[in-house]
Structure formats: structure tokens, C-alpha cells
Design a protein around this ligand. Structure first.
Ligand SMILES: Nc1nc2c(c(=O)[nH]1)N[C@H]1C(S)=C(S)[C@@H](COP(=O)(O)O)O[C@H]1N2
Ligand SMILES: [Mo]
Length: 312
């Protein structure tokens, strides 16, 4: 997969494309930087979304944008890996509203542009490990979910965050089938949601998310299997009950609520001990899968005392 999208490319090397700048978004990012005292600091991504680098990024080589935007799981557009790229182009992603409700101080239907105002964007280069045993490295642009939760105010008693994807069968042809129960739902325990590794992403390679990647805003939880990283979010609900989640509901014996990447707990139909890195080539050696997808140092403490074979 070498070529012009090949990604020894760092965001700093991307030629600024002034004509593509979403000026409002840039100004929001710059305002955020100034507020954080970082203006003039080591800002890397200037091709669309102003995002500062993060110590949480891996130094593994990111997959080319071409891989990231052409090999997808987004069942709202079909079950094939190339269906999302083929059919998601018609999704209207602006304007976009996110309902935040349940146990919050300031519930409401928030316009996404307003939510993003003043939000410090960061580049987070994370491994993404799908439960199907393939993986990629993605340079996200986004912000910590906890920043948003702090802004809306989590009320005492909240223990989980439930997430929902857009329900719009007219633009999401997969929703006319019953392959899953729609809308797609996911959930996190509150401490998982508040963990600094957990982000809401709005971009990849410093540019707004392609629709097949979950535009305009998606969750990214790098230590969990990819299906937890719900796309095209329209609702977040703070709740005291463990949320019903789509894949757990579809096959509880195969997809747990926790879904932490774990090489020692196999899927009933395949091993989770190794993975195929997209772009490695068909004959390449599979890579060992790491506990918590390599983020154990940051997150293992969240599950202290839990039987991870039971709470898979
Ligand atoms: N709404 C929604 N979100 C979703 C999915 C989906 O089908 N619908 N697929 C999940 C799965 S299984 C994975 S592996 C990741 C894939 O993200 P990517 O296509 O950006 O690599 O998205 C997750 N988020
Ligand atoms: Mo996945």
C-alpha cells in the first residue's frame, strides 16, 4: 500500500490547503489553544483541524488515509468492508445535533458547532483493534469525552454513559435491513468514559471525518474492541443502569459489554491471540494482540478485582 498516501507522512508535512479550511473550526481551535496558553506551541495539524500532539499517541506508523477510509465497519451502510465508502457519501452531517440527557445538570439538544466551540482539539494516534482480529493505526483529531461531560455536568448517581447513532433509513440503507437492531447503541461505565484515553473524534489526518468513518462525531476507546467506538453519535445519556448495547444484544455470548481487548479470551468462533494489521500484506506474519490493546498501563486499574473472563 505504498504510494502518495503512504504515511511516514506526519501531519506537519501535509500541505496547508487554505481553500479547504473550515474557518470557524480553525478559529475555535486557535481560541482553544490561546486559552490553554499553547498558541505558538508545537501545533502539528494545520490542514483543516487545528490539533496539538499528545503524549497518548503511539509512535507506530499510522495507516494511510486510503486504508482508513476504504476498509470500514458501519453496518448502517451494509455489512461489506467497502459498503460504507460506497454508500455513506450521501449522509447529511451538517447541521448536526447531539442530545445529551439523563443524569446531567445541563441536558439539551446541542448543536455540534456549539459543542465544538473552544474545545481543544488533539491529535491522538491510536491502535484500533476490531473484534474480527484485524487492526489499524489511526491519527484521530478529537477531544477527551470527559471535557464534554464536565461541561454539561454529570449528576451524582450517574454510573454509565449510553450512546446512540443516527437513525435515518432514508440515508442509511443498512437500516432497512434487520441485520442489527437500530439505532446502533453503545455504552461505557462512567470511569471508562472519563478516562483521558477516551475521545470523541471529529477528524482523521487533520481533516474532518469521512462519513464512512463516523462523521461528524464518533467515539474512540482504544483499549476496547472497535465495535465500542460508535459512529455518527446523536445522543448521549447519563444513566445509573448498564446500557443495552447493540452487539451484546445481538449475540451476548460473543460480544460482552466490556469488550476489552484480551488475547486470553477467544471469541467463540476464532482466536483473539493475534491480529492482522491492515496494510501488512496477505502473507505477512500476524501480530500478537496485547492486553487492553497495548494500553494496559493506562487502564488495567479500572478492572482491578474483576474476572475478565466473566466480564469479557
Ligand atoms: N454506528 C456504528 N458504529 C460502529 C459500527 C457500526 O456498524 N455502526 N461498527 C463498529 C466496528 S465493528 C468497528 S471495528 C469500528 C470501525 O471503525 P472504522 O470503520 O472507522 O475503522 O466502528 C464501530 N462503530
Ligand atoms: Mo469491529
Amino acid at each position: 500500500m505504498a504510494g502518495k498516501h503512504d504515511c511516514g507522512l506526519r501531519l506537519a508535512d501535509v500541505t496547508p490547503k487554505a481553500q479547504y479550511f473550515d474557518r470557524r473550526r480553525i478559529m475555535a481551535g486557535v481560541a482553544g489553544l490561546a486559552a490553554a496558553g499553547l498558541a505558538g506551541g508545537p501545533m502539528r495539524a494545520i490542514a483543516g483541524i487545528a490539533a496539538i500532539p499528545s503524549p497518548y499517541s503511539t509512535d507506530e506508523k499510522p495507516n494511510p488515509k486510503q486504508d482508513i477510509e476504504s476498509y470500514n465497519n458501519f453496518y448502517e451502510f451494509g455489512t461489506g468492508k467497502s459498503d460504507p465508502a460506497k454508500y455513506a457519501g450521501g449522509l447529511t452531517t451538517h447541521p448536526w445535533s447531539v442530545k445529551i440527557d439523563g443524569l446531567v445538570e445541563r441536558p439539551g439538544d446541542y448543536d455540534l458547532d456549539d459543542l465544538l466551540k473552544g474545545m481543544q482539539m488533539e491529535e491522538r494516534i491510536y491502535r484500533l483493534r476490531c473484534v474480527e482480529a484485524w487492526s489499524m493505526v489511526v491519527p484521530w483529531a478529537g477531544f477527551e469525552l470527559r471535557r464534554l461531560l464536565e461541561r454539561v455536568g454529570v449528576r451524582s448517581g450517574a454510573k454509565y454513559v449510553a450512546f446512540e447513532t443516527l437513525l435515518r433509513p432514508s440515508q442509511m440503507p443498512g437500516q432497512k435491513t434487520r441485520i442489527l437492531e437500530w439505532p446502533y447503541r453503545e455504552g461505557l461505565r462512567l470511569d471508562e468514559a472519563m478516562h483521558p484515553l477516551t475521545i470523541l473524534a471529529t477528524g482523521i489526518y487533520g481533516e474532518p471525518l469521512a462519513p464512512q468513518c463516523g462523521a461528524p462525531i464518533r467515539l474512540v476507546v482504544p483499549w476496547k474492541y472497535g465495535f465500542k467506538s460508535i459512529k455518527s453519535i446523536v445522543r448521549m445519556t447519563l444513566t445509573d443502569k448498564q446500557p443495552v448495547t447493540t452487539w451484546n444484544q445481538a449475540a451476548p455470548g460473543e460480544y460482552g459489554f466490556y469488550a476489552n481487548v484480551n488475547p486470553e479470551v477467544d471469541h467463540p468462533r476464532w482466536s483473539q491471540a493475534t491480529e492482522r494489521r491492515i496494510g501488512d500484506g496477505f502473507f505477512a506474519r500476524r501480530r500478537p494482540t496485547l492486553p487492553f490493546n497495548g494500553y494496559a498501563e493506562e487502564v488495567a486499574h479500572l478492572y482491578k478485582g474483576m474476572d475478565l473472563k466473566k466480564y469479557f
